[in-house]
Design a protein around this ligand. Structure first.
Ligand code: GUN
Ligand code: ZN
Length: 492
């Protein structure tokens, strides 16, 4: 039984949770963003992160501290919190990323875990192997074995009340990711980062990120806190949260600032191309685009980093609000319009809609149909599954329009795209209170037809008439042959 993480609220695969970090004496609300601090290259000081941005947790690299003499000694003597001057929780990485970039590092898992413990880290990381995407299956399996051995070794190190990360690797092989996740879930380690996704995100391969996370989630319990290692672009936070990721770390805010890149929830802009600043954070209210460009290099970098952090934290708050209100998927539908590859990511997430259906609340605010993708949401899936179990009274009139009082029918049910048919008594229950555009699209109608087909299949003795408003023959072709159709607009 894992006792450091508790779920408070759920929407689709997204959740608000509480991560208790005993060594720091704090409980962090998730989804949480961990700014990355490079101890050799501080753009925004950790003190400022806490006071100005409300950061409760950050992540730094113990390997950099270990291999930089002055830092190592001070960290050992005064502790990490004093070294960085940060009052909240500190997560430390192990040098695995350096391993993947430079091919080797000079510490073992045992050494670096003990070092992380000695300097007062609150959440430590073993030396996992970040196997890149698309490598041979043999390599992915071999490196995964090594990662597993190191996690098992980590279990034997005396880490006291420090939490320990158990990264999930396995490259782009979903079955290996799932197996890796099952293994890490079986250890007594605490937090479960999905690793080696940075190369996928750098190439905008969001569909692959979704497949990798979905596979990892299949192998992890619902109570496992999941960190998406290296995910720092606010454009993709809603996607990652909807998949069930709880923690993010952003180096992007500082790295992008260094290259004059300005983050927005709709993507990245170069400062050069901005005439207006589409943001009202303190930096953007104090400066014009020209004003930012004219700042001396160091000030400009700091100002851009601060803006980048503001939009990142703002997006995390917006996402939490959306989970609370039950409209995370509507937020995600908007974010998915930011870039075609984000739309691929969202569509891939919807391939797993039956998984989210299991955790999605039965009742929320109001379902908004805002894109064709809405037709694939878990609520629609759930209604269709329910239709197959509903029994109908003899002769049934199904209609988009007003109920028929013709004696020919025993009852008249409403048809609402994309859900399909339902007894009018359910009209005021979620999700059938949905707001749907007057001008329904083909995908919504097709989904409604699938719903009718399910109802008919579950009621082989029923008699069905569908009164529609000018639906095309090829959409209606999805209906079982036994369903009679009437075009209600034909005789106006
Ligand atoms: N930072 C980004 N990706 C990774 C990863 O796969 N493992 C570790 N330890 N750190 C990372
Ligand atoms: Zn701003």
């Amino acid at each position: 039984m894992r006792d450091c993480f508790e779920l408070r609220e759920v929407d689709a695969g997204g959740r608000i949770g509480e991560l208790r970090i005993p060594r720091a004496g704090v409980t962090v609300e998730t989804p949480a963003l961990l700014p990355v601090i490079n101890p050799n290259l501080v753009t925004i000081t950790p003190r400022r992160l806490a006071e100005e941005f409300g950061a409760e947790i950050l992540i730094t690299n113990s390997y950099i501290i270990h291999s930089t003499e002055g830092l190592r000694e001070r960290a050992l003597a005064d502790g990490l919190h004093e070294l960085l001057d940060f009052p909240g929780a500190i997560v430390t990485d192990s040098g695995s990323f350096q391993l993947s970039e430079y091919g080797e590092i000079t510490v073992t898992t045992e050494e670096i875990l003990e070092f992380q413990h000695d300097i007062g880290s609150d959440v430590a990381t073993p030396v996992d192997i970040p196997t890149p995407p698309d490598v041979s299956r043999e390599r992915a399996m071999e490196e995964l074995e090594t990662t597993k051995e190191r996690l098992e070794l980590a279990e034997t190190v005396d880490t006291g009340d420090m939490l320990v990360n158990a990264p999930v690797q396995g490259s782009t092989y979903p079955d290996l990711r799932e197996e890796a996740a099952r293994h890490t879930d079986g250890t007594d380690l605490d937090v479960f980062p999905v690793g080696a996704v940075v190369p996928l995100m750098n190439e905008y391969r969001y569909a692959d990120v979704v497949e990798v996370v979905a596979a990892a989630k299949r192998g992890l319990g619902a109570d496992a806190p999941v960190h998406l290692f290296g995910a720092g672009h606010p454009m993709m936070f809603a996607l990652a949260v909807a998949m069930g990721c709880d923690l993010f770390d952003s180096a992007a805010y500082a790295l992008y600032a260094r290259d004059d890149r300005y983050l927005t929830v709709r993507g990245t802009r170069h400062l050069e191309e901005l005439d207006y600043l589409p943001c009202s954070c303190p930096v953007c209210t104090d400066h014009t685009a020209d004003g930012l460009r004219e700042l001396p290099d160091e000030h400009r970098e700091e100002a851009l980093a601060a803006h980048n952090l503001h939009v990142s934290f703002e997006e995390i708050s917006r996402i939490k609000g959306a989970i609370r209100e039950g409209n995370l998927l509507e937020l995600l539908e908007a974010r998915a319009r930011s870039h075609p590859t984000m739309l691929d990511g969202y569509r891939t997430l919807l391939d797993h809609t039956e998984v989210f259906e299991r955790s999605d609340p039965v009742s929320k605010g109001t379902f908004f149909y805002v894109s064709q993708e809405s037709a694939r949401r878990p609520e629609v899936y759930r209604h269709h599954a329910r239709l197959e179990r509903l029994s109908v009274p003899g002769r049934l009139f199904l209609t988009e329009g007003e109920p028929s009082d013709a004696d020919a029918y025993d009852a008249s049910w409403r048809v609402l795209p994309p859900f399909g048919p339902f007894p009018r008594a359910l009209s005021r229950t979620y999700p059938l209170t949905a707001e749907v555009p007057e001008r329904t699209d083909r995908r919504a109608r097709e989904a409604a037809v699938e719903g009718i087909a399910g109802l008919v299949e579950g009621n082989p003795d029923g008699e069905f008439t569908f009164g529609h408003r000018g639906w095309s023959a090829d959409v209606l072709a999805g209906l079982p042959e036994s369903v009679e159709t009437v075009d209600l607009t034909a005789d106006r």
